[in-house]
Design a protein around this ligand. Structure first.
Ligand SMILES: Nc1ncnc2c1ncn2[C@@H]1O[C@H](COP(=O)(O)OP(=O)(O)O)[C@@H](O)[C@H]1O
Ligand SMILES: N[C@@H](CCC(=O)OP(=O)(O)O)C(=O)O
Length: 372
């Protein structure tokens, strides 16, 4: 099989024993399978939960803490224990893990996003095995991922992974929560994530997991939109991940292998950037952007709303007030107010790169029309 880039996410429930503490036996099983996958020549990125589960006992909590401070303290203790476990187990295969702790903000800023990409590429080029978790002990509550499902989807998208494997304590998605309904039936393959499927996916069944099957499906939906197919399930033994990759896994396959990959920058513009303002364009400019695949020029701009800097991302709407896309802009709002409606020759000295385009076609993403 051709060398592939595989992101594997392991949930807390698949790393802990009945009392909620880290299970060395479970970790050993995962590490053996990850090492085997890597030995087949694939690039492997691990998203591992388990920091809170690993740490709460040492802090004297009887169960997984519910408060933010409690979880952050537990993660601060547990992340070290988790990595200690991985370092020692991977050393048996001469694999060097590299810890990366991320927050949601790392996906908002293009500079951080770019840095993250370079660091990750360097690690992979040098044969390391990145192990990613949310930076729980510093994450601000409103900005947390909460569980690592969405984080794994975003990472697999921006790394253009060939597959995202989400390992959990259940062998896939059922048409009802199987811990509640014994007659629930398993889906082996779903081409896409519909609202109906989201309706049957419930919360976590365990005291250590967060988000349950619902958050896995939401993550799968995001991964599919970023061009990555997903598997959700469980397994045991050295060959479990290789089997999952080969379509022989015990779980649910979501999407297919033929999803198109968006360019990294467009992906960032479409899904991770924060919108800083709105501009309105005339009909000629709309046609040039949408139908002719051209860049947006100052002459087509009719209205500028909000305060933004050059290189921020803005929403573009048409004369009917419909959002038609998003793009990275080459003028600040102040300068765009001055040059809107002007010919390119007169406008270009105000742009960040002295070129006339307001949004270059390479930095433009068309979206389905919606009202803004
Ligand atoms: N429709 C469903 N199909 C399968 N599992 C479901 C469903 N609805 C809820 N669940 C629950 O989701 C749990 C897995 O999620 P979670 O506990 O968050 O795991 P993890 O720690 O791996 O992220 C399962 O153990 C199961 O109880
Ligand atoms: N970042 C947290 C993950 C929280 C969590 O429980 O996530 P998950 O088990 O993936 O549903 C940790 O390491 O404990």
């Amino acid at each position: 099989m051709k060398k592939q880039r595989i992101v594997v996410k392991i949930g807390s429930s698949s790393l802990t024993n009945d009392s909620g503490a880290l299970s060395e036996q479970k970790m050993r099983d995962h590490v053996e399978a990850l090492a085997f996958l890597k030995q087949q020549g694939h690039e492997v990125i691990l998203i591992s939960s388990g920091a809170v589960a690993a740490g709460f006992g040492s802090l004297g909590y009887p169960t997984r803490p519910k408060t933010v401070a409690g979880k952050q303290a537990a993660a601060a203790v547990g992340q070290g224990l988790l990595m200690q476990g991985y370092l020692s187990l991977f050393s048996e295969y001469s694999i060097v893990p590299a810890q990366m702790l991320l927050t949601r903000e790392d996906f908002y800023s293009q500079e951080r996003f770019r840095n993250l990409y370079s660091a990750m590429s360097e690690l992979l080029d040098r044969g390391m095995l990145p192990i990613i978790n949310e930076n729980d002990s510093v994450s601000i509550e409103e900005l947390t991922f909460g569980d690592n499902d969405m984080l794994s989807a975003l990472v697999s998208g921006f790394l253009h992974a060939n597959a995202l494997i989400i390992l959990t304590d259940i062998n896939g998605l059922y048409d009802g929560n199987p811990t509640v309904s014994k007659s629930a039936k398993k889906y082996h393959f779903i081409p896409t994530v519909t609202d109906e499927l989201l309706g049957v996916a419930g919360d976590s069944g365990s005291s250590v997991g967060t988000g349950g099957m619902k958050s896995k499906l939401l993550a799968a939906k995001k991964a599919l939109s970023l061009g990555v197919s997903v598997f959700v399930g469980k397994g045991e033994g050295k060959e479990k991940l290789v089997d999952m990759l080969a379509g022989k896994g015990d779980g649910t396959y979501i999407g297919g292998p033929f999803q198109t990959q968006m360019q990294m920058k467009k992906q960032w513009i479409a899904h991770h950037s924060q919108v800083a303002g709105v501009i309105e364009i005339d009909e000629g400019a709309e046609k040039a952007l949408i139908q002719n695949g051209k860049s947006l020029l100052p002459v087509g701009i009719t209205t500028v709303m909000g305060t933004f800097n050059a290189l921020d991302v803005v929403v573009v709407r048409n004369q009917k007030g419909q959002m038609i896309g998003k793009g990275q802009i080459h003028y600040s709002s102040e300068d765009l107010q001055k040059v809107k409606g002007l010919p390119s020759e007169q406008a270009k000295s105000y742009s960040i790169n002295q070129r006339a385009e307001v949004i270059h076609r390479d930095n433009w993403v068309t979206v389905e029309k919606e009202r803004v």
